[in-house]
Ligand binder design. Structure first.
Ligand code: NAP
Length: 345
């Protein structure tokens, strides 16, 4: 990462405060795409809610797969260069619009979409949530993207019911650990698919009832363990395990498509769905809630309820300062992330 600053805005002062931030300046991958810069503090306005926005003094910023893709220009949403990546943060509210549910001084988790890899970020009100008691800021930075996605995918899209069985791929990763915890909170039995001993330990810490290896006969193990087939598969990985995921479903089972960390986007031979009365369901949390403030608030309330009941405790596997953002991205890129990776500005 380029340091010191790629451009500066002069000394910090109350009149014209500056913050440190990480920008993506070119699309050449984590090692060379980033620059640590000084920028003016952001205005209290978010592009989704022009003229209104919650300004947060960032204590921790979540790092996720989309930011890896952004350093290569491969993410589905493109932005003009340079820009500050970082979709979610936790910190202390510096200012909030009149009528907002949060106030200056509150500890919050906030989904800012962009701009999170910085000392100050701005989020829409409907994507800013009080941090549950007992959560540190790193856990707060792990709360929204993964847990809101897990709740949306399992409860709302996948119609998961108490007593059902859920198989989670990539179960030691960010979405995976969140999905295991949310599934337990919804009363399901959980089986985790992981690729190493260390990841097995993390999946068990996240509450997996059973753990199987992605390089072993996980399909038959899952069918045997569940008594004939699982009710729901949550899949953030995709690739060549997709067909076996369909085969591992019980009659009436649902396979929820969440992401493609495995690289390849699978294709479905739909006769498989007909034969066993199964479904493939897409779950795109971001595109669903962005334009629906009430949906975001409702999911936030359910996630908060599960956190207060003790089911949700984000597992933070690695913490880096802003200067080491490239290392954080490479950890995810190299399949090494355990739970959530965060930056601590
Ligand atoms: N649909 C939505 O609304 C939504 C929301 C959030 C995230 N996502 C997507 O969900 C996916 C997972 O995100 P995450 O934050 O959980 O990522 P993560 O923490 O890096 O975990 C991903 C897991 O995927 C598995 N994996 C298998 N093949 C891989 C490969 N070639 N490279 C890297 N990982 C591989 C790894 O588990 P094993 O090593 O155990 O196989 C890894 O732990 C991403 O594609 C992300 O964009 C979607």
């Amino acid at each position: 990462m380029t340091a010191p600053m790629a451009h500066t805005v002069g000394p910090r002062s109350v009149a014209c405060r500056a913050m440190r931030a990480v920008q993506i300046t070119e699309l050449t991958g984590p090692d060379t795409a980033l620059a640590l810069v000084d920028l003016p503090d952001p205005e209290p306005s978010h592009f989704m809610t022009p003229g209104r926005g919650v300004v947060v003094d960032v204590r921790a910023a979540g790092v996720s797969f989309p930011e890896v893709l952004q350093t290569r220009g491969l993410y589905q949403l493109k932005h003009d260069l340079p820009f500050v990546p970082g979709s979610e943060v936790a910190g202390i509210v510096r200012s909030a619009p009149e009528g907002a549910a949060v106030r200056p001084g509150d500890r919050v988790a906030a989904f800012c979409v962009l701009g999170g890899f910085a000392e100050v970020a701005v989020a829409p009100e409907h994507m800013t949530f009080a941090l549950p008691d007992g959560f540190d800021f790193a856990q707060g930075a792990a709360l929204i993207l993964n847990y809101h996605t897990a709740y949306f995918a399992l409860a709302q899209r996948g119609r998961l019911r108490e007593g059902e069985t859920v198989l989670v791929h990539g179960a030691a990763g960010g979405v995976g650990t969140a999905s295991l915890q949310v599934a337990k909170g919804l009363g399901a039995r959980t089986i985790a698919v992981v690729s190493s001993d260390e990841k097995e330990r993390v999946a068990r810490e996240a509450g997996a009832d059973e753990v199987v290896r992605s390089d072993g006969d996980w399909k038959d193990a899952a069918k045997a363990w569940s008594g004939g087939g699982v009710d729901v598969v949550l899949d953030p990985v995709g690739g060549d395990r997709f067909t076996d995921s369909l085969r591992s479903l019980a009659e009436g089972g649902r396979l929820i498509v969440v992401g493609f960390t495995g690289g390849a986007i699978p294709e479905v031979r739909v006769n498989r769905l007909l034969l066993n009365n199964t479904e493939v369901i897409g779950a795109g949390w971001g595109s669903f809630v962005m334009s629906k403030p009430q949906a975001s608030i409702e999911i936030g309330a359910e996630v908060d309820r599960l956190a207060r009941a003790g089911f949700i405790r984000p597992i933070v596997g690695a913490r880096f300062p802003l200067e080491r953002t490239a290392e954080a991205l490479n950890l995810i890129d190299g399949r090494g992330a355990l739970g959530k990776v965060v930056l601590e500005p």
